[in-house]
Design a protein around this ligand. Structure first.
Ligand SMILES: [Zn+2]
Ligand SMILES: [Zn+2]
Length: 104
């Protein structure tokens, strides 16, 4: 089934509220296995894109510590971090993630 593409982009206050909501959902901890570092309030959440398009929604937001956030974008283990992010989000939002094009 084709889903309509809805792009949500937030700014300013709205994005910082979303940031807080994501950190709160993740108990202010990095979600990577064996890490669980505390996340500072001002650490920005990571966007895991569902279909190659960035959406400012809680279903695509995830808490990573600074190190793992860097790793997710620039590390040799980027793919593994991504896998863990997608697995984590898919457990919480199975409907949202079930048709995801995660290799894109
Ligand atoms: Zn990121
Ligand atoms: Zn971490």
């Amino acid at each position: 089934m084709l889903q309509k593409l809805n792009i949500t982009r937030l700014k300013g206050k709205a994005i910082s509220i979303l940031n807080d909501e994501i950190h709160e959902r993740d108990n202010y901890k990095c979600i990577i296995d064996g890490c669980y570092n505390n996340i500072d309030d001002d650490e920005k959440f990571h966007h895991e894109k569902r279909n190659g398009l960035k959406n400012d929604v809680i279903q695509e937001g995830i808490s990573l510590c600074y190190k793992h956030h860097q790793d997710r974008h620039f590390g040799d283990n980027s793919k593994e971090i991504k896998r863990q992010c997608v697995t984590y989000l898919s457990k919480i939002y199975p409907d949202y993630w079930k048709d995801a094009d995660i290799d894109g």
